[in-house]
Design a protein around this ligand. Structure first.
Ligand SMILES: [Zn+2]
Length: 189
């Protein structure tokens, strides 16, 4: 799986050196599409996407191109899931979050259970790496206040802020967080 900000840019990545096989760093070619996926956005809106598939010319492995707005094997967008995590970081329980987002309690509880200390530590490191590149002073000024989920989302959001400010990137907050965490908001690498 390859996470990309904007799937429409795939061709320009393929013609440059911006994209390589995750297994062997070999060159990639288009290889049809994966099956259609319909995912839920915030509220009742849905989006259907047909992910592109790429094949490595060296090791012949195939890779799905996942827009950063989506999470692998989840029926809800990155925005919906990240919003649930933000509510949890702010002290809401899974029942309240399920009501706010209009999702089944069992679904929300499953997401929240994925935020294990080890996984949060991994996500924090992804945000920290980007923030240190962009704004090291901001990184050193962040203080841990005893809530690891909150701390992780704070470092990711700070990286987004400075990516947009310094690099002029206009993608949504959630798409950028999807890029930093490589589509792994809920699933450890
Ligand atoms: Zn390869």
């Amino acid at each position: 799986m390859i996470v990309i900000r904007n799937p429409a840019d795939t061709d320009s990545y393929l013609s440059g050196d911006g994209m390589a096989c995750p297994n062997c760093a070999g060159p990639l070619s288009r290889w049809g599409h994966g099956r259609n996926r319909t995912v839920r956005s915030l509220g009742a809106a849905t989006t259907t996407v047909r992910p592109q598939r790429l094949r490595c010319r060296d090791c012949h492995s195939t890779h799905i191109v996942l827009p950063a707005e989506l999470q692998p094997r989840r029926a809800d967008t990155t925005e919906v899931i990240a919003t649930a995590l933000t509510h949890k970081a702010n002290g809401l329980g899974h029942r309240r979050i399920a009501v706010v987002l209009d999702r089944p309690e069992s679904t929300v509880r499953r997401w929240l259970r994925r935020t294990t200390p080890a996984h949060l530590d991994w996500m924090w490191r992804q945000g920290a790496r980007r923030l240190i590149q962009l704004a090291p002073d901001v990184f050193t000024s962040l203080r841990y206040r005893g809530n690891m989920l909150h701390h992780t989302l704070t470092v990711l959001a700070a990286a987004v802020h400075w990516d947009r400010t310094y690099c002029g990137i206009r993608d949504s907050v959630w798409a950028l967080i999807g890029i930093y965490t490589r589509g792994r908001l809920l699933t450890p690498p």
